[in-house]
Design a protein around this ligand. Structure first.
Ligand SMILES: Cc1cc2nc3c(=O)[nH]c(=O)nc-3n(C[C@H](O)[C@H](O)[C@H](O)COP(=O)(O)OP(=O)(O)OC[C@H]3O[C@@H](n4cnc5c(N)ncnc54)[C@H](O)[C@@H]3O)c2cc1C
Length: 359
């Protein structure tokens, strides 16, 4: 119709930290379409607290509809991109003016929010009914889960098995050392440089043999090993040539994929050389939201916002409800001071506020 301007369509694939924040930011200025296999957004690091305190998930698992007021929501998995649009698992083709890919990691396959909350209840029962618990993986997930269980259930025998020489290998040695000391002070048994063959264990097992021949006895276990990057769906797509060896999408300083003028990628899926973190994914989303705003107003590509990765990496790891270890550049601080900022609420209020929701 003449005189009526069509709102341009921005398709966002992936409703994690980056995708959800971007969808919220552009909801009022474009026709936003969010494609995610789940009806909800979840804060990945809050999931560990939700296992020991299931009601915590009421605030950290947020229905996409709670913050996306105008945009369209497609609950499905993207399986490809063609020149016509994004293809979903049901074979639907969703056309776009702009596409933003934010499929950091495929976290879980539970579709509904209620079912997700029930899963936390189940995990909590599993912990409560077990005298001994094995956690496999000494990255942030394994360390935080061990901390949560050790703090809330001090009577449980917790063993953490990690295949590397130290905990928290993604940050400095000092931070890993502090986490190790803290866990040991809470009677967590930590086995370093040993692994468990995840493919060979089953829920009914009670004894687990490590690669070093040690036996771990546990009534239940949790696998906290790294998740693959969520780019498998792009491997046969028109964008496959822009995937690097690690499966990450190569982007320029404007987050455009391969310099294509209307396709962006943000969050953990990008090859930006920096720590993959929620707070970083959030920054990516804000930069691309600004750029889209300009493009939608008809500004030239040269006006797009540029992103520079932060050279001062900042990483927070909770140690139970009160303590934490934080590394800021070369400085490592642990104890209750960083714990006050990180461990009580796990930044859930901050994230909810960013989505325009009550803290
Ligand atoms: C235990 C743990 C603790 C962490 N602690 C911290 C912390 O303290 N601070 C911090 O800043 N960061 C932390 N992180 C890292 C942070 O969670 C990630 O960097 C962040 O979630 C990345 O955001 P993202 O939006 O790029 O991807 P994700 O949050 O992984 O979201 C990806 C979304 O894409 C969807 N998706 C995947 N594939 C498809 C597909 N084919 N089609 C449609 N949708 C798809 C997924 O369902 C998901 O909703 C932690 C991570 C974990 C696991």
């Amino acid at each position: 119709m003449e005189g009526v301007e069509r709102k341009r369509t921005v398709v966002i694939v992936g409703g994690g930290i980056a995708g959800a924040l971007l969808a919220k930011s552009i909801d009022h200025m474009a026709h936003a379409v969010l494609i995610d296999p789940k009806e909800y957004f979840e804060i990945p690091w809050a999931n560990l607290r939700s296992r020991v305190e299931p009601s915590f998930a009421e605030r950290s698992v947020i229905g996409h509809r709670e913050y996306l007021k105008n945009g369209r929501l497609i609950i499905s998995t993207a399986v490809g991109v063609t020149d016509k649009g994004v293809v979903t698992a049901e074979g639907r083709v969703v056309g776009f003016d702009y596409l933003v890919i934010a499929t950091g990691h495929p976290y879980n396959s539970i579709r509904g929010r209620r079912d997700r909350l029930e899963k936390f209840q189940e995990d909590n029962q599993k912990i409560k009914c077990s005298d001994s618990i094995m956690i496999v993986g000494g990255g942030a997930t394994g360390v935080e889960l061990a901390g949560e269980i050790a703090m809330d259930f001090p009577e449980k025998k917790v063993t953490l098995v990690h295949n590397g020489p130290r905990l928290l290998q993604f940050i400095g040695q000092k931070a890993g050392g502090r986490a190790l000391e803290w866990l040991k002070s809470k009677n967590v048994r930590v086995l370093l440089e040993q692994s468990i063959d995840a493919a060979s264990v089953s829920e009914s097992d009670r004894e687990f043999l490590t690669s070093a021949g040690e036996t771990v006895t546990a009534d239940c276990y949790f696998l906290c090993v790294g998740k693959p990057v969520g780019s498998g769906w792009l491997r046969e797509s028109a964008l496959k040539e822009y995937l690097d060896r690690k499966g990450r999408l190569m982007v320029d300083e404007n987050f455009r994929v391969g310099g294509l003028h209307n396709i962006f990628a943000i969050g953990d899926i990008t090859d930006v050389p920096e720590l993959k973190q929620g707070m970083v994914a959030r920054r990516h989303a804000l930069v691309v939201a600004k750029s889209l705003k300009l493009l939608l107003k008809g500004e030239a590509d040269c006006k797009l916002c540029r992103y520079r990765p932060s050279l001062q990496a900042q990483a927070w790891v909770s140690l139970g409800r009160k303590d934490a270890v934080v590394q800021y550049s070369f400085l490592t601080v642990s104890g209750f001071v960083p714990g006050m900022f990180r461990s009580r609420d796990l930044f859930v209020g901050k994230m909810r506020k960013s989505l325009g929701l009550e803290c």
